[in-house]
Design a protein around this ligand. Structure first.
Ligand code: UD1
Ligand code: CA
Length: 456
């Protein structure tokens, strides 16, 4: 069975009041439409077609890496018209599933159930019981519970509108029969639109049993029309991610105050304090503790490491048993070995820090290779940039860098070397010796402070 997925995304999204097309607004850091495309991928769709609107080139460009076909619907003449535009692109499919680009949390399991429920008939629809179905199409059933048709809000009689079973708009159909039904659609209705939902009545008239399933949650089928709805779905999604973390053995100080925009994988017994934002791929080993207000992006944190409050960690790899922060910044290609200490107001970029080394205060380490057991004093700067090119600083095992040292790269400090505080090191410092560039301290005997001259 070859499945084609058609994603309707031509709507204007006026109520977002945004220059960004609605389906590109992010949820959990990814465009709404990206979530729907992921669901199609989960289903193993053989073809995926996105119907985009006039001016939707921005949407295509933003998702250009996705393996899907794009069809423009220049004028929005209704959901049925939108599907018609996409049918040539799924001509080789057996079945067609219709999804909406602005309904991001649709669950692949629910769609699997829908597809299975319709396996022995030509049409299956996803419907939901709602306390207030205002605005949705209503599902009209006969006395025995068989689906007869779907009626739009604007076309319904008061009795029809009293029905609480809403049409989510998602359906799966036999591709050839869908083609035939679409060919019979008219726009003779209250909105002058070609309603996709009219095919339900047509199927029944053709003697087709219409299968139906319900989603597990209303959020799965909730669309985003404005920024309030977007925020509500974001919170729902984050709560689910937080629950998954806790089920997997993570303690969260407050499950309502974590945001995962990407994928967070965790070991056993991690503790995460409030306001963590994770972006991209983040891995935490066993027993990692994350203090409050941290941002971690595309990084790996080894087992037993503690990250204190207010750290920003991006593209970094941290070994086991390290202590980071508070107020530390690890930038891309920071590679910290086990048992390293990185303290407050320290920035590390494209640098390896060896086992047990400490960079505890007010320091910049960029383009550097620091060995094991090194102590970098407060206020040390690797001067890696001459305004045109970047150069590397190498510090050997066991070196001690005195406070307020400028290491003018390219430069090497030998193993076990000591650098006197306040030095500007622009030539290699030999191993095992003290190197200091500071001017000698002198005390002038008999020196007197100047006295104020008498006023004239
Ligand atoms: C549609 C259904 C309604 C259902 C509701 C669920 C029809 C006629 N009605 O309502 O039964 O309860 O969805 O949300 O199908 N779109 C296009 N091109 C168009 C029109 C719409 O691509 O010409 C896209 C929109 O971008 C959106 C989706 O189709 O992603 C649904 O459109 P929307 O206007 O939100 O749905 P309704 O027509 O109100
Ligand atoms: Ca509408």
């Amino acid at each position: 069975m070859k499945l084609g997925v058609i994603i309707l995304a031509a709507g204007m999204g006026k109520r977002m009041h945004s220059d960004l097309p609605k389906v590109l607004h992010p949820l959990a850091g990814r465009p709404l439409l990206g979530h729907v495309l992921d669901a199609a991928t989960c289903l193993g769709a053989a073809a995926t077609v996105v119907v985009y609107g006039h001016g939707g080139e921005q949407v295509r460009a933003a998702l250009s890496t996705r393996a899907c076909a794009w069809v423009e619907q220049a004028q929005q003449l209704g959901t049925g018209h939108a599907v018609m535009q996409a049918m040539p692109a799924v001509a080789a499919m057996d079945r067609v599933l219709v999804l909406y680009g602005d309904v991001p949390l649709v669950d692949a399991n629910t769609l699997h159930r829908l597809i299975d429920a319709a396996a022995d008939t030509s049409l299956g629809i996803l419907t939901a019981m709602m306390d207030d179905p205002t605005g949705y199409g209503r599902i009209i059933r006969d006395a025995t519970g068989c689906i007869l048709r779907s009626v739009e809000q604007k076309d319904g009689t008061p009795e029809e509108l009293a029905v609480r079973e809403a049409n989510t708009g998602f359906l799966v159909a036999d591709r050839a029969r869908l083609d035939a039904w679409l060919g019979r659609l008219t726009n003779a209705n209250a909105q002058g639109e070609y309603y996709l939902t009219d095919i339900i009545g047509m199927a029944v008239a053709d003697g087709v049993r219409v299968a139906s399933v319900h989603p597990l949650t209303i959020e799965e089928v909730s669309g985003v029309n404005d920024r309030l709805q977007l925020a509500a779905l974001e919170r729902f999604h984050q709560q689910r991610l937080a629950a998954d973390l806790m089920r997997n053995g993570v303690t969260l100080a407050d499950p309502a105050r974590i945001d995962i925009r990407g994928r967070l994988t965790t070991g056993r017994d991690c503790f995460i304090d409030i306001n963590l934002i994770c972006e991209g791929e983040v891995q935490l080993g066993d027993g990692v503790r994350i203090g409050p207000n941290c941002l971690i992006r595309d990084s790996h944190i080894g087992a037993g490491t503690e990250v204190f409050a207010n750290c920003v960690i991006e593209g970094a790899a941290v070994g086991t048993g390290a202590r980071i922060g508070p107020f530390a910044r690890l930038r891309p290609e920071a590679r910290l070995a086990s048992d390293t200490h990185i303290g407050n107001f320290v920035e590390i970029k494209k640098a390896g820090i060896g086992v047990g080394s400490k960079v505890n205060h007010l320091t910049y380490v960029g383009d550097a290779q620091i060995g094991a057991g090194v102590n970098v004093g407060a206020g040390t700067i690797t001067c890696n940039y001459d305004g045109a090119n970047k150069f590397v600083t190498v510090i050997g095992d066991g070196a001690f860098i005195g406070s307020n040292t400028a290491l003018v790269a390219p430069v090497t400090v030998g193993a076990g070397a000591t650098i006197g505080a306040g030095s500007v090191i622009s030539k290699d410092a030999p191993p095992g010796q003290l190197t200091v560039t500071r001017a000698r301290q002198a005390t002038i005997p008999g020196w007197q402070r100047p006295k104020k001259l008498p006023k004239v």
